[in-house]
Design a protein around this ligand. Structure first.
Ligand code: ATP
Ligand code: MG
Length: 506
């Protein structure tokens, strides 16, 4: 590998009110390398990258690009210098088209007017390697989160940078999209671009990064070549101690005879058909399948978030009618969305306000909101879930990504649910906190609720679920329980149903 240092960051310090986010950070990036940066939620990864890309200014320290010190007052200074970032949270203009977003501020012009043809072609060229069906003329607001993420990446690729930072770029991509991104990163590496890659998915890092830097508590702990170390080593460095037993014990208090919840024959063609499954008291049930299997759609319909065409819900044996999301909450069925920004969190509001938001939905009739209680609840869950924040009036957007996810979970627990449906509950959460959350889910079940989990991470499903319901192209194709819940069995079931379908169609 060419070991020319393209970027060198020296002795950077950065404080926010109440937190010293970066204590004294130095890091070097070679041109043509993919350099992973890992660490627990709140370790300072995004803050460091925001400084390198001009979003924040450091309190002290220096940044050298190709041996020249650079001063970045804003993101556009960084872009001009050749440093681009794909942010952890999406930040597109929803009302503009894909192409307008990709070339925002730099739209190609001809005789003073926008050259639409060129805009279209250039965008198409950048999007092509992703193989996703995104058209330059699509309105961004109409795209799925995954596709928006791809547009966000395209925007940075269009800048022709020397340094590109990816801050958890795959957290909303499916497996094949993530793989395409990995391939793309290998290609841009070969062009001599230096890449910082932040992710909580160690498998991705070992797959395609050259070096890895571990951060903890605002400090750089160590930088190593990826081929010298393994995942256990990294986890130990990240957490500062050894972690055994990543997953909690499976359920010991499942009341086999007591079904808390049952969904019967949920149908909304062409998305899903005759989907039925149940959850017992004390049980964690996983819904698994490939992306596009219809898991999110079914669960959203159950919770009254999307329309269903037909289907029934029974709670503790009694039929209940869920017309909208409020009905669902009133019955004690809560839903944790996979897209925290769209329908979960209010990023511009403070933590306390976010905590009472679901409660508000319920108590709005009486018009009373008790701030004192909200504050106590926030404090309670800060301790229970280990949420890192400085004060309750802090804006949601100033929390690290993983800590925002923890607030989402806390918001649901306040409602004392009977059944929680969680779509990708540990997205963006570090390994240590993940295992805390898994432990917490198990304790909630032991205390008598039921949980449904959707996760694209197979080890997570296998690690925590007592039973899994397997879906394929909108239908339930199998169920596994207890010791039979293994990765091999799930994959076998999915492959079988894929083949059956091919045979039917073929
Ligand atoms: N704008 C801000 N105002 C106040 N505090 C902030 C702000 N941005 C970050 N912080 C704090 O700085 C610390 C580091 O946060 P940062 O976002 O860098 O963590 P991270 O390593 O990226 O975590 P994650 O894995 O959860 O994304 C956290 O304690 C966070 O709450
Ligand atoms: Mg972050």
């Amino acid at each position: 590998m060419n070991k020319k240092i393209v970027l060198s960051v020296n002795d950077i310090q950065k404080s926010f009110p109440g937190t010293k986010a970066l204590k004294d950070v130095s890091i070097e990036l070679f041109s043509g390398e993919a350099h992973a940066v890992v660490g627990e939620n709140g370790a300072g990864k995004s803050t460091l990258m925001n400084i390198i890309s001009g979003v924040y200014q450091a309190d002290s320290g220096s940044i050298l690009l190709n041996d020249q010190e650079i001063m970045l007052k804003n993101p556009s200074d960084a872009q001009k210098a050749g440093i681009g970032i794909v942010h952890q949270e999406l930040a597109l203009c929803p009302h503009l088209t894909v192409a307008e977003n990709v070339f925002i501020g730099r739209l190609p012009k001809k005789n003073g007017v926008i050259d639409k043809k060129k805009l279209q072609n250039k965008t198409q060229e950048i999007l092509a390697p992703f193989g996703a069906s995104i058209h330059p003329g699509d309105a961004v607001a109409e795209l799925s989160v995954a596709k928006q993420q791809i547009v966000e990446i395209a925007k940075v690729l269009a800048l022709e940078c020397k340094v590109i930072i990816f801050d958890e770029p795959t957290s909303s991509l499916n497996e094949s999209e993530a793989q395409r991104l990995m391939q793309l990163i290998s290609t841009i590496k070969k062009q001599g671009i230096g890449i910082f890659y932040i992710s909580h998915k160690l498998s991705e890092i070992f797959h395609m990064c050259d070096r890895i830097t571990v951060m903890r508590n605002g400090n750089v702990i160590e930088t190593r070549n990826v081929d010298e170390i393994n995942a256990d080593y990294i986890v130990t460095k990240m957490v500062g101690k050894e972690l055994d037993n990543l997953y909690p014990q499976k359920g010991e208090h499942i009341e086999k005879e007591r079904e808390i919840f049952e969904a019967r024959n949920y149908t909304c063609l062409p998305k899903f058909k005759n989907v039925s499954f149940s959850v017992k008291k004390g049980e964690i049930v996983g819904l698994c399948g490939l992306v596009g299997a219809g898991r999110t759609e079914v669960t959203r319909a159950i919770c009254g978030l999307d329309k269903k065409v037909s289907g029934e819900v029974f709670l503790e044996g009694k039929a209940v009618h869920i017309k909208n999301h409020k009905n669902s909450l009133d019955h004690g069925i809560c839903y944790l969305s996979e897209d925290r920004k769209l329908d979960g969190l209010f990023v511009e509001m403070n933590l306390e306000e976010n905590m009472i938001a679901p409660e508000l939905e319920r108590v709005s009739k009486r018009g009373l909101v008790n701030h004192k209680i909200a504050r106590m609840q926030l404090q309670e869950y800060k301790e229970k879930l280990g949420i890192k924040y400085s004060f309750p009036e802090q804006k949601m957007s100033s929390l690290s990504g993983g800590n925002q996810q923890k607030i989402m979970i806390a918001k649901l627990l306040v409602l004392n649910p009977k059944l929680i449906i969680m779509d990708e509950p540990t997205r963006g959460i570090d390994v240590g906190a993940k295992s805390e959350i898994h432990g917490m889910l198990r304790r909630l079940c032991d205390a008598g609720i039921g949980i449904v989990v959707i996760s694209s991470e197979m080890p997570e499903i296998v690690g925590i679920c007592d039973r899994v319901v397997i879906m394929h192209e909108g239908e339930v194709v199998g169920e596994l329980e207890g010791e039979n819940v293994t990765q091999e069995n799930i994959i076998a079931r999915l492959t079988e149903s894929g083949k059956l379908r091919e045979a039917k169609n073929g």
